[in-house]
Design a binder for this molecule. Structure first.
Ligand code: C5P
Length: 224
């Protein structure tokens, strides 16, 4: 089985990101580039990182009218990303058009509810029910729109996997046993998330900020 760990390259400099990716490439399965990276370094930066030879996850969280999102998906086609994120709350037509415009080897995965939001934010947006209800509603929407899967926390992946057997589940917010939690609140270990049905494990700082990133990546790999 291939390594499910995608290293989040949340580093300000392209050179530093590429150097880190080169170092750990034997012990992770892919590389995640976020919106900040893409705004700073564009497709040139993605091509540079792709030279490392691992699959690329473009975490752009696209959210706009269907035509615009489809156009953006077509524009990033040449970068051949393995995974791209969109917002489930963009609605069914947007999700369908995003999937139709993506390359055949690109998984389109929906963000349900940002973990920075809570129940009070939902009330202010006029959305009823608990955050959990909202996440499950959007998961159902993503499933029925025919995209590949969702981004969810390690706490939700077990239930989401039961509800959507063939889904592709991307799980961030993971911490190996004993490592610093940082700003992540509800964390689980990579192994637990994997056992509960995660397809991809997004891990950043436990590797990128480790004194020895290669050893940290190896240690995580060994637990899987
Ligand atoms: O450093 P850390 O392992 O916390 O990095 C996690 C990565 O996953 C970051 O790139 C972060 O933006 C992303 N992410 C997250 N929580 C979410 C969605 C994405 O931590 N709910």
């Amino acid at each position: 089985m291939s390594n499910p760990v995608y290293l989040a390259l949340d580093l300000p400099s392209l050179d530093a990101a590429k150097a880190l990716a080169q170092k750990v490439k034997g012990h992770v399965g892919g590389l995640k580039l976020g919106l900040e990276f893409f705004c700073a370094h564009g497709s040139h930066g993605v091509h540079e990182i792709a030279q490392v030879g691992l699959p690329i996850f473009l975490d752009l969280k696209l959210h706009d009218i269907p035509n615009t999102v489809a156009g953006a998906m077509q524009a990033i086609h040449v970068l051949e990303p393995a995974i791209v994120t969109v917002h489930a709350s963009g609605g069914r037509a947007m999700l369908e058009d995003a999937k139709a415009a993506a390359g055949e080897h690109t998984k389109v995965v929906a963000v349900t509810m940002l973990t920075s939001l809570d129940e009070r934010d939902l009330v202010k947006q006029g959305i009823g029910g608990t955050p959990h209800d909202h996440v499950m509603r959007l998961t159902e929407l993503a499933h029925s729109a025919g995209i590949d899967g969702i981004v969810c926390s390690g706490q939700e992946v077990g239930e989401a996997h039961k509800q959507w057997k063939g889904g592709f589940f991307v799980v961030p917010g993971l911490r190996p046993a004993g490592s610093a939690v940082g700003d992540q609140k509800r964390v689980v270990t990579p192994r637990k998330a994997r056992d509960d049905g995660a397809s991809v494990l997004v891990i950043g700082r436990p590797i990128s900020r480790a004194a020895d990133p290669v050893q940290a990546a190896r240690d995580i790999e060994a637990t899987l």
